[in-house]
Design a binder for this molecule. Sequence first.
Ligand code: PLP
Length: 429
Amino acid sequence: MDRTPASGLLPKPPAEVAFSAARVRADFPILGTTERGKPLVYLDNAATTQKPTAVLDAMRGYFEEYCANIHRGAYAMSAKATDAYEGVREKVRRLINARRTDEIVYVRGTTEAINLVSHSWGLKYLKPGDEILITEMEHHSNIVPWQIAAQRTGATLRWVGLRDDGTLELEAFDRLLTPRTKLVAVTQCSNVLGTINPIVEIVQRARRVGALVLVDAAQSVPNMPVDVQLLGCDFLAFSGHKMCGPTGVGILYARRELLDAMDPWLGGGDMIREVRMEGSTWNELPWKFEAGTPAIAEVIGLGAAIDYLAGIGIARIRNHEQGLAAYALERLRGLGPDVRIFGPRLACHRGGVVAFTVGDVHPHDLATIVDQDGVCVRAGHHCAQPIMRRFGVAATARASFYFYNTEEEVDVLIDSLRRAREFFQGGAR
Ligand code: PLP
């Protein structure tokens, strides 16, 4: 097609160039490799994502050119490391539209972010008779910290159930939200069902009873625009490794007033203002919550990942993933009536995660067989055992997409699943 503008008008700016998964794949060294002699088809992005050269280079650059500890060094190399590390806070702030950089706390990941809140906020403010409201679709990392906090404080955990289509029973919120509810902890996007939850509506309902809201954004920040001011939430947690960044770094966003009132969880270097033998005082926000030498290279890598994703455009990433999820749903349904798909029917109500079973083939067997074709999918309970119980299964297979995946890769998965079913069920007949 001739793209020369006939009118002499300027060509469209690069931001309008259509997204091409094929083009971005070149940025990821691993995506050009083979597994078992077949091109790698990586469909386990809800577990962790692959890393583009820009992220690898940023981390390597730190190690090769200015590897020094941060904050305390008077020499230039330490100042450079400090600037690089602290500069990422502004990138994160912009990514989620927080008001201030001191509302951005570096942690190891979503799990640590939620544990920080359950310890620093939960143990301080929860008391017998209080209630924490969570949902049946939470990842274990948004369940277990609240069970521990409830045990220690005498608070009670309440659960919002799921409808058969994998959406939340929103009516239950109205029933379960009472003045006793102190916190609602909910995922924005399920890592099993793919369900995208109406956080704005949940926050509005929680506000009516004065409850705070924590959003597990592990599966949303990497994949769709997230704006904490628009959501109105109090806490938001996510992991760098699910958004092209390295493992070992994640973010806790919290409103400044809350962080101010909370006590530190970990004690040690950097989180103090003054240490005396009779006691210590705390550093300013956000460093009050960042004890010890942090994951410097990883934070720098996360910054490069955010730049990289911003270059593509998070809205485009969402679009592409929704298209892939729609295609995968259609192709899976086409495999036959013995394919059971979990979660909402329509791709517009879900992220790029599709969990399924095929007849009575064990999901682990499915994953093992498709691995022979170079396809990486996950099988198991996906750290969400209450979902498995709700839907009466012990495990599912799960394909999860990112912006670098293609419809051709979905086709490889489907062909491979067909062979897996023939192998197990054909052989058994
Ligand atoms: N929450 C959700 C919805 C997740 O999918 C995950 C990871 O799979 C987590 C929390 C925990 O993330 P991490 O292991 O990076 O702390």
